[in-house]
Design a protein around this ligand. Structure first.
Ligand code: M3L
Length: 249
């Protein structure tokens, strides 16, 4: 609540949409990589089409492996986009006045160019290890939750209803975000670390020093908001996924 109130006071309604244009474009790319890799790995592991999988649920191990693989590959696409989002969101100066000083990053493209210039091409992948650690197991969990919930709430041999897909997707989002939040905190700190004097030696150092300075609570920062956001976002994501598979498959 404090964050919402302060964001509104300092930056008005626009403050909530900071760094949004870029993720809007990137989410299409990132999700198609994730769901594309997931579906294809599952196909390779089980030799069953999407339709056939409805009658015979693949083993949860296969679902988990396919989800984890999606998580690894997705990181290469997500890392630069996510970095730019985090940098822009953390730029909390009030809106620029005409004639006043320019903010450090003037927008996503300028932000990408500045990071490239100041921190080199590898700078665009700052925090990518933490991101991969965050997403690999949690995306495995994401698909296991989704498939498991759909399977349990659908009569044998039928396709899950839209309502089931929405709720299953929502739960998958919450479960994976709850599991991902500790490393999400670390990931964002690593991404911000390139900006000034380097504070952390690596992921482990960031975990240890965050814990020393702020205690165990630090790893649960943003848990409520991540889960609250996770439900609707992933309900819609899975509904679109199922819908597209049916209309094209
Ligand atoms: C694995 N982790 C929890 C990080 C994300 C899982 C859901 C991904 C979705 N695009 C979203 O933004 O919610």
């Amino acid at each position: 609540m404090d964050c919402i109130v302060k964001t509104y006071r300092h930056e008005s309604l626009l403050g909530f949409f900071k760094g949004m244009s870029f993720p809007l474009v990137s989410i299409a790319v990132v999700n198609s990589v994730l769901f594309g890799v997931y579906s294809n790995v599952l196909l390779a592991l089980t030799a069953m089409s999407h339709q056939e999988r409805r009658t015979q649920l693949p083993s949860y191990t296969h679902v988990f492996i396919a989800g984890c693989t999606g998580g690894v590959i997705q990181t290469f696409f997500l890392a630069p986009f996510d970095l730019i989002k985090v940098r822009l969101q953390n730029q909390t100066e009030p809106r620029v006045q005409p004639g006043g000083p320019q903010p450090r990053y003037r927008g996503p493209v300028h932000c990408a160019a500045t990071i490239f210039r100041e921190e080199g091409p590898r700078g665009l992948f700052r925090g990518a290890w933490a991101l991969m650690l965050r997403d690999t197991p949690t995306l495995g969990l994401y698909f296991v939750t989704y498939e498991g919930f759909c399977h349990q709430n659908t009569p044998h041999g039928q396709n899950p209803s839209s309502a089931t897909v929405l709720v299953a997707g929502g739960f998958a989002g919450i479960a994976s975000w709850v599991a991902a939040t500790p490393l999400d905190v670390i990931k964002s700190r690593m991404q911000m670390d390139g900006l000034r004097r380097r504070e952390y030696q690596g992921v482990l150092d960031c975990v240890v020093s965050s814990f020393r300075q702020e205690g165990l609570r630090v790893f649960f920062r943003g848990l409520t908001i991540n889960s609250a956001r996770g439900f609707p976002v992933n309900a819609v994501t899975f509904l679109s996924y199922e819908y597209l598979l049916h209309s094209w498959g």
